[in-house]
Design a protein around this ligand. Structure first.
Ligand code: NCD
Length: 295
């Protein structure tokens, strides 16, 4: 099974993934040889810190190995098609992780692979494994039973954020979450019947009632710089107007919207997201390459 979008992930998969992620976090020493002999290929046609390195670390911590070919030194330079490159790599690896700047490209390439493909971000479209680790973090830190009457606010570049798009498909399964978008978002893409759109300027008024604040940076590489830029900056004063139990999330990297002083705020959970990303990706790889019973 490929992982290309969060849209098509069954509830049963999410349950198994959540349980497995918790187990791996608690008993990671039991998994050190779980994927011994397996090989992951990381193919990144766009920059990355967390996603690429966490897949790499996840595979090593499960006892597997990683290929990270340098795209610039590959036969693409000799005019080989990217489709044939994927077909070739799928003869060597057991799983291929692909990030590409063009929307829909990873799904297209997956059709040429003989092994499972994981979408590590395709343009402004989707980033399913980020959404899975985000949901895991929310479930872990939100103190309300299954998001009962939980207010979730999204800020930043909602139009071009692939992490938000993938996350929306997941959280729409939790009907008690009340979602507020503090910015422009194409309404046709929102998979809910009920939601609230606020003006960016009114974010401070909403913070005292926000349980989960999910911020994103301006995706400058996907639009003309300045054109869609959002201006909201979370200062320490504003963060302290949020309830004590509230959590601040961000897929990272962040820019001006999230000053470093917030890193020490007890509500800040974005480095926990990074850590959960490792456990979640270990669980994703384990389910994909090892969970024979559920194939
Ligand atoms: C995000 C991405 O690449 O989509 N980062 C990530 O994978 N953690 C968010 C971003 O680039 O803004």
């Amino acid at each position: 099974m490929h992982i290309l979008s969060t849209k098509d992930l069954p509830d049963s998969y999410l349950d198994r993934l959540y349980g497995r992620t918790l187990d791996i976090e608690k008993y990671s020493y039991r998994y050190t040889d779980a994927l011994k002999g397996k090989v992951l290929a990381n193919l990144f046609f766009e920059e990355s810190t967390r996603t690429r390195i966490s897949f790499e670390t996840a595979m090593y911590r499960l006892g597997g190995q990683v290929l990270s070919p340098n795209i610039k030194d590959s036969s693409l330079v000799k005019g080989e098609s990217i489709e044939n490159m994927i077909k070739t790599i799928s003869q060597y690896a057991d799983v291929i992780v692909i990030r590409h700047p063009v929307e829909g490209m990873v799904s297209k390439l997956a059709k040429h692979s003989d092994v499972p493909v994981i979408n590590a971000g395709d343009g402004a479209n989707e980033h399913p494994t980020q959404a899975l680790l985000d949901l895991h973090t929310m479930l872990k830190f939100n103190q309300k039973e299954l998001f009962e009457r939980t207010n979730l606010m999204f800020t930043g570049d909602l139009l071009y954020s692939r992490t938000i798009r993938s996350l929306l498909y997941l959280i729409k399964r939790y009907t008690d979450i009340r979602v507020c978008f503090a910015n422009d978002i194409e309404e046709k893409n929102i998979p809910f019947s009920e939601y609230f759109i606020a003006d960016e300027k009114s974010i401070p008024e909403f913070l005292s009632a926000t349980d989960i604040l999910y911020m994103t940076r301006n995706q400058k590489e996907r639009h003309i710089e300045g054109k869609n830029d959002t201006k909201f900056i979370l200062t320490s004063e504003l963060a302290d107007t949020m309830p004590d139990h509230a959590i601040i999330m961000h897929p990272l990297p962040c820019n001006d919207e999230l000053p470093e002083e917030i890193n020490n705020n007890p509500r800040a959970k974005y480095f926990e997201q990074v850590k959960n990303g490792l456990w979640t990706r270990m669980a994703i790889l384990w389910l994909m390459l090892r969970d024979y019973d559920n194939k």
